[in-house]
Write a protein that binds this ligand. Sequence first.
Ligand code: GLN
Length: 492
Amino acid sequence: MDIRELITKSSKEQRKALLNKEVSAVELTEAVYNKIEEVDEKIGAYNSLTKEFALETAKTVDEKIKNGEELAPLAGIPLALKDNINLKSSYTTASSKILANFVSPYDATVTEKLKSNLIPIIGKVNMDEFAMGSSTENSATKITRNPWNLNKVPGGSSGGSAAAVAAGEATVALGSDTGGSIRLPASYCGLVGLKPTYGRVSRYGLIAFASSLDQIGPITRTVEDSALLLNVIAGHDEKDSTSLNQTPPDFTKDLKNDLKGIKIGYIKELCSDGLAPDVADAVQKAISTYKSMGAEIIEISLPLIKYSIAVYYIVATAEASSNLARFDGVKYGYRAKDAETLYDMYVKTRAQGFGDEVKRRIMLGTYALSSGYYDAYYKKAQQLRRLVKNDFDNAFKKVDVLISPTCPHTAFDIGSKVEDPLSMYLTDIATITANLAGLPAMNIPVGLDKDGMPIGLQLQADCLNETKLLNVAFKLEEAVQFNYSIPSMAVV
Ligand code: GLN
C-alpha cells in the first residue's frame, strides 16, 4: 500500500506494514509530517510540532523491529497530543495567551506511558482555550477547520485532536473530556472518541478545567484502536489521588463478543424532539441493526436531562474559577508588562491573558460560589447532579448500554454560534450527563448527513464497564463499515 494511503488507516494496518517491513517507523512518521506540511495550513490542527522527538522514538522502534524484539501494540503509531497535556520540554499552552510561552518541566502520567510504549508524539494540537468550548473557535492560537468541510467546525474542545486524525495528520490522538470534548469532535469528524470512567485514567499533568469532571481519552479511527490506546493510558497513579486503585482489564478482550441477549436502552429524551432528520434516521437505523444482532431494545426515560446543561455550567464554571486562580503572572506563562503594583499585575495579566469565554466562565463560577448565592446555585447543582447519577444507576439496573445521538445535529458552520454562547452550550445536551455521573461514554460514526457530514452515535455504560461499551461499539462499527478515510482525500 502506498504510504500516503497507509497514514490514513488504522493502527492495526500500520503495525502490519511495520512488522512486515513494508515501511519503517521513521518513514511512517515522516509521511505524517509531509501530510502536515501539505494540509495543516488549511486545517490548523497543530499548535506546535515535536519532530525531533517523534523521529527519535520511531528510530528506536525500527531498531527493535530489526532486532526482532517484542513491540508494544501501538509502538511506532503516530499520535497527536492535546495541548493541555504536559510533554516535558515542549510547549503546553492550553491554546491560551496566558500560557503561550509555557514550556512544561515534566511529563503528564499519560505522556510517560506513551513514551514507554514508544508511541511517536507528533506534536501538540489546538483546542478551545482551557478546554472551554464545543467548536475550537475559542482558541487564542487559531481556528481549526473540519477536514470533511473546511467551512465547518471540527467540534471541541479537542478539535485539533479530531481534525488531525481525520486529515491523516496523526493516526490516533489524546483529548480531554469535561462535558463532551472528546465525543463531540469525534462525532463531527467521523471518528471514534472515548471518555473513560472518571478516575480510570490519571490526570496528573493535565491542565485542570473542572476537576470532578475531567477525563483524558482516545480519539481514533476504529474501536479497536480506541481499546488499544486505552490499554496504554489506563491505570492507577499515585500522583493522582482521584485515579481508581484498580487494575484495568485488557480492553480489547471482549470486542468481538456477540450481542445476543444484551439490553440496549435508547434515551427517550435525546432520541425524539429537536434532532436533525438525518441524525434521527441514523439513530433509528442503529437501533434496528442492534435488534437484528439479537439485542433487546428498551426505552429509557431520563427526565432530569433537561436540567443537565444548567447543572453542568454551574459545577464546571465553579471548579474552573478555582482551578484557574493559579494563572496570575507569578508562577506560569504570560505576565503583563505595564503594571505598577502587584495587584495591578494580577489584574492586567488576567485581563490580557484570558480570552472572552474563559473570563465569562471565571465570572460565572465565582458568582455561583460566592456567599449568599452558594446555596441557591452551587449546592442546588450538586444536589441535582446526585439525582442525575441516581437516574443512571436505575437505568443500568435495566440495561447494559444506553444509546442516543452524540449531538442533535452535525458539525455547524464556523462563526455561526460564537456570538451566542447559550446555543453553543446546547450542543452538549447529550454528552455532559456522562461527566456529571462519571460514566464511560463514546462516540462512533454511523453515517453521513445529506451534506456529507459525519453523524455520531453515543454509547454509555455503567462505571468501569468500558469493555462492554467497546464490545457494543465494535459490533456496530462492523455492521456500519464507516469509511473514515474520506476526509483526507477531501482536503488534498
Ligand atoms: N463544551 C463543554 C464546555 O464548553 C465541554 C468542554 C469539555 O468537555 N472540555 O464546557
